[in-house]
Structure formats: C-alpha cells, structure tokens
Design a protein around this ligand. Structure first.
Ligand code: PMP
Length: 459
C-alpha cells in the first residue's frame, strides 16, 4: 500500500470514499482525520498524535488493539483454510469449535448459533427467524415487532426499522410495516417529576400496555439493548428490566437482547441481559465477538426456538456467504482465549470497572455535568447548562460536538450523542490509563464550560 502524507490521504479520501453516517460535503471541507496505527488502548494518527481510544474503535476492540495472538490465529487460518461455506452439508473446524465455545459463555438457554457478518445482519436474521418460529408453533398471526424510540439495531432495512432513529427512518422509506416503537427508559430526558425508579417501572408498564393494545397474540418479539449504546448510553433505572421481562414472559412475547455493544464483558458480565436479569430468547452478537479484528456477527438461538426449528421446521431459507467465515471464527476463538485467559470480564466487574466508575461518577461535581453514569466500562455524561432544572443547551450550540472536538485535540476519543458524551474503552484499560482518561475528560469539560460561558450559554 502507498504511504502518503495527511493532505494526500485527505484529498484521495475526499475524491473516492463515501463514509458511513457522514455528511460527506462537510467532512471534505473540514478534512478527515487519518488513523494509521494502534496498539493497546492508543491510536496514532497521520500527524503522529497519540490518542487514547475511549470508544474501543466503535465499541468493538474489547481486548485492545494490535494483539498478535489474534493476528496470528487469523493468518494461520487463512493459510489452512481460506474459505469454505457452511451451506451445503459442510462445516469446518473453526466454526464447530466456536459454536461450542459460545455455548459455554452464553446463558444456559443458548446452545445454538447462526453466524452472520455484522450486528445488522444478525438482527435481520432474527426478524425472519422469530416470525418463522411462531408459524411453526401454529401462531402465524404473531408478526409484530416492538422496538424502542432511540434504540439502535443496525443499518440494514429491518434493523434500521426496528431501531428508533428518526434520522434513519426519514431516508429510504423506513420503518417497514409490522414494527411498533415503545418508549425508552431515559429518565434524565423524559422522566419529568417522577423518581427514577418509578419512571423505570412506568416505562416498562407503558411498553406492556402498548403490547396489550396491539394484542399480545399479534406480537412476535421485542428487540432491546440492555443499555442503549448509540442512543447515548442510556442506563435504565433498576426497576425497568425486571418489570419488562416478567411482563413479556406473561404475554409470551419473545425477547431479543441486542448484545452487540453489551456482550462479551462490556458490562462486567458476559452479556448485558445477565446483569439486567432478563431471560431472552435470542441474543444479537457482533463487535466484541472478534474484538473487531475481523467482521463477524452471530445470533444465539434459545433451546425453545431451536427445538421448534429442529422438530417442526423445514429449511430456514436464509444465510450469508460469510456465515461462519473461517478467519472470523479464528479471530473469535482467539478473542475468547484472551477474554477467558486474562479474566477480562471479571476484571471489568471487580477491578477496572469499579475503579473507573468511581472516578467517572465524581464528574457529577462538574458544573457542566448533569448526570455521569457508568456500568462496567460503558458510561455517559449528560451535559447541561442547569443541573437542577435538567435543562438542555440549544441544539444549534452543538455543545456535544464542541466537547468531542476538544477531546480529540487533547488526545482522547470520546463520542458525542446529542448533548451526551459517551465512552467505552477497551476492557484491558490499566489504572494509569483510566487516570489519564479522567484527567483529559476534566480538561475537556473545563474547556467546554469556558466555551459555553463565552457564548453566553451558562453563567
Ligand atoms: N445493534 C447494536 C446495539 C449496535 O450498537 C450496532 C452497531 N453499533 C448494531 C446492532 C449494528 O451492528 P453492525 O454495525 O455490525 O451492523
């Protein structure tokens, strides 16, 4: 591959590359940032800047960048068996072994796995599979899916439709029919005068009421992230999940726990549903499954669903060329070896998680922070001009983007979702790196606060 300077990379990128979730015209005017290499929790850009990757790439690089164990496993697999499909009465050792290993780390009801190339493809797979399940069970009228406002499930047509992003629905004729969106458990923004625990129960009950209005006999499943990630790391009040999952069970509505972000240790448990205490029928997996080294997604199918498919089903007419790609399976196996060998899930639960959380929550004292919350190693900061009133900045102040830019300039990747700053660093983060992360966040908040004062947005 050629080696260029920053300006040349930017020029060629502007001429030939369409970026995801990007206004390409604006990006090209600004000039794109070029990341050239990464090791551990640090990125290096084409200007030689070292940047702490507070977002694990895109919530995926759980075991840190540049691990030789994974690179070597993938290289070996590409030499031993570059590719073979899993469609026509064939399998291969890495996909068999990965299926077995996933059965060990997922909750007890999951023993079968369908492989995909991404989280979006996994959700589209479940979209077809859950309706098929109900047909096999003699309840073909169970067709409707429940998503949530501000939920994120991917960018393919079904996944974007189940997700609750208006910006996505407005392009391309979404949502497709058969999907109803329920409220989100976002106390800061929508809780009004209610106490957070009451609000959690209230949102769960509103969701169940919505299902009752539709008629539970028509509802196939609800898709939900244990903690909404792309929606701004919305950590639900503790009352939400117990009330919701019990209500879904009573109504025989299947639960899809979208674990694309929360899975593989992010919350300090293997899967977010375990922390939240729900018993899903499907898990959506991607990102952390290979720690982002190679694209891969998977669907965990519970014993109940698998039994119907095996006993009553015909061919499930669905699959991807790269379902169970050998190199992706090798990356996933090497990732599991690291997660288990280094006890990273336990480390997030008992060590680095509590350490970063306590320092993160102390940010609540900053005048710009309305709510600093973190579970495992996934956290959010709600920016506000007035904590007591839970007020928002005017949208045109772009306060989140201002803070995000200060963060990058000071050597930390933090993402902005509206007026929330979110963070999800690699699970390998050391205590010293956690200290650096926090001191940069304090600096970013101070800079953003000074900016807001200059703009007359705060006193
Ligand atoms: N579900 C969730 C919860 C996600 O966060 C994402 C991606 N951010 C997806 C699904 C889609 O995954 P992918 O981008 O791999 O298709």
């Amino acid at each position: 591959m050629n080696k260029h300077d920053t300006r040349t990379w930017q020029t060629i990128d502007a001429q030939h590359h369409l970026h995801p979730f990007t206004n390409t015209r604006e990006l090209n005017e600004r000039g794109v940032r070029v990341i050239e290499s990464a090791k551990g929790v640090y990125l290096r850009d084409s200007e030689g800047n070292r940047i702490l990757d507070g977002m694990s790439g895109l919530w995926c690089v759980a075991v840190g960048h540049g691990r030789n164990e994974i690179a070597d496993a993938v290289a070996k697999q590409l030499r031993d068996l570059t590719f073979y499909n899993t469609f026509f009465n064939t399998t291969h050792p890495p996909v068999v072994e990965l299926s077995r290993r996933l059965a060990e780390v997922t909750p007890a009801q999951f023993n079968r796995f369908f492989f995909t190339g991404s989280g979006s493809e996994s959700n589209d797979t479940i979209f077809r599979l859950a309706r098929y399940y109900w047909e096999l069970e003699g309840k073909p009228e169970k067709q409707i899916y429940i998503g949530r406002h501000n939920g994120y499930h991917g960018s393919t047509v079904a996944a974007a439709s189940i997700g609750g992003f208006g910006s996505m629905h407005r392009q391309g004729g979404m949502p497709i029919p058969g999907i109803v969106h329920a409220p989100q458990p976002f106390w800061w923004g929508e809780g009004g005068e209610m106490d957070p625990l009451d609000f959690g129960r209230h949102v769960a009950r509103e969701t169940l009421k919505l299902i009752d209005q539709i008629g539970a006999h028509k509802v196939a499943a609800m898709f939900a992230e244990p903690i909404q990630g792309a929606g701004g790391v919305i950590i639900p009040p503790a009352t939400y999940w117990p009330e919701l999952s019990a209500g879904l069970k009573e109504r025989d509505v299947l639960l899809v726990s979208d674990e694309v972000i929360c899975g593989f240790g992010r919350t300090g448990e293997w899967f977010g549903c375990e922390l939240m205490g729900s018993q899903p029928d499907f898990l959506t997996m991607a990102k952390g499954i290979t720690s982002g080294y190679v694209p891969m997604g998977a669907v965990a199918v519970s014993d109940r669903i698998a039994a119907a498919l095996l006993e009553k089903g015909d061919e499930f007419a669905h699959g991807y060329t790269y379902s169970g790609h050998p190199a992706a399976c090798a990356a996933a196996l090497a990732t599991l070896d690291i997660l288990q060998g280094e006890k990273l899930v336990e480390r997030v639960r008992d060590d680095i998680g509590p350490y970063l959380q306590s320092r993160w929550r102390a940010l609540n004292d900053h005048p710009l922070v309305g709510d600093a919350n973190m579970v495992g190693l996934i956290g959010s900061l709600q920016l506000t001009p007035d904590k007591a009133a839970r007020a928002s900045f005017p949208g045109e102040a772009n306060i989140g983007l201002i803070a995000r830019d200060f963060s990058f300039q000071n050597g930390l990747v933090m993402r902005a979702v509206g007026q929330r700053m979110v963070i999800a660093p690699p699970l390998t983060l050391s205590h010293a790196e956690a200290d650096e992360l926090i001191s940069t966040v304090v600096k970013v908040l101070d800079l953003t606060h000074a900016h807001a004062r200059r703009q007359g947005l705060v006193n």
